[in-house]
Write a protein that binds this ligand. Sequence first.
Ligand code: ZN
Ligand code: ZN
Length: 265
Amino acid sequence: MPSQCGVTVTFAGSGDAFGSGGRFQACVHLQPAGPAVPAGSAAPAPVLLDCGATSLPALRRCGLDPGGIAAVFVSHLHGDHFGGLPFLILDAQFAGRTAPLVVAGPAGTGQRLTEALECMFPGSSRVRRRFAVEVTELDPGGPGLPGGPAVVAEVQAQAFQASHPSGAPALILRLTLGGRVIAYTGDTAWTPAIAAAAAGADLLIAEAYYWDKAVPHHLRHADLAARREELTARRTVLTHMSADMLGHQEQACHETAYDGLVLRV
Ligand SMILES: [Zn+2]
Ligand SMILES: [Zn+2]
């Protein structure tokens, strides 16, 4: 009997902003398992965690249909995390999409998405489409406290405050879908909110930008190793690695992602 719980996690993009290691920018595809009953019912629609500028080729290389994505959860408004949205939206427009696309991100997401569309494809933010782009801005709550959960495309989403300037609040995300909990740091310096977001999660997807070199506003492997006992997720996978971190992968205290990695949680 197939289980009706579970999520297939595909790291379409596991890289940093600069293509280190030849990798695509941040883009993780989450496909919840289909319900067992009623028989023949469609599987729930997949969602993305982040949509960096390179995400369309990244998804296609994995054989994943960008047109099937119901929602994109955006951790923060840097180009390597949300810069693929104009391409995703225009591709859907040209493909005749009719189902709405939800973009859930921090406060300011609606305005920045409009600006990105206008900058890259003038007029594209005002064109009439056969599908709606619905923006949901997630509340990150206060220090150490998550915002109230929002339900977006059948996914329960909680946001926590990250420590990463991006012209808008940056979020650490905790999603519940397919009966599983998946936490995602996005980009952030170490903050106790990471441990809160990942508490008891089935999977933590964590930035590991550098091995141990102190860089502002980002997580290092050294931070995750030092805080290992505070991180109670069942499984942790490292992503967003610089060339420096990629060179230390075999010494890492957690699994490391690569483009095309598929996990079932
Ligand atoms: Zn980044
Ligand atoms: Zn960033």
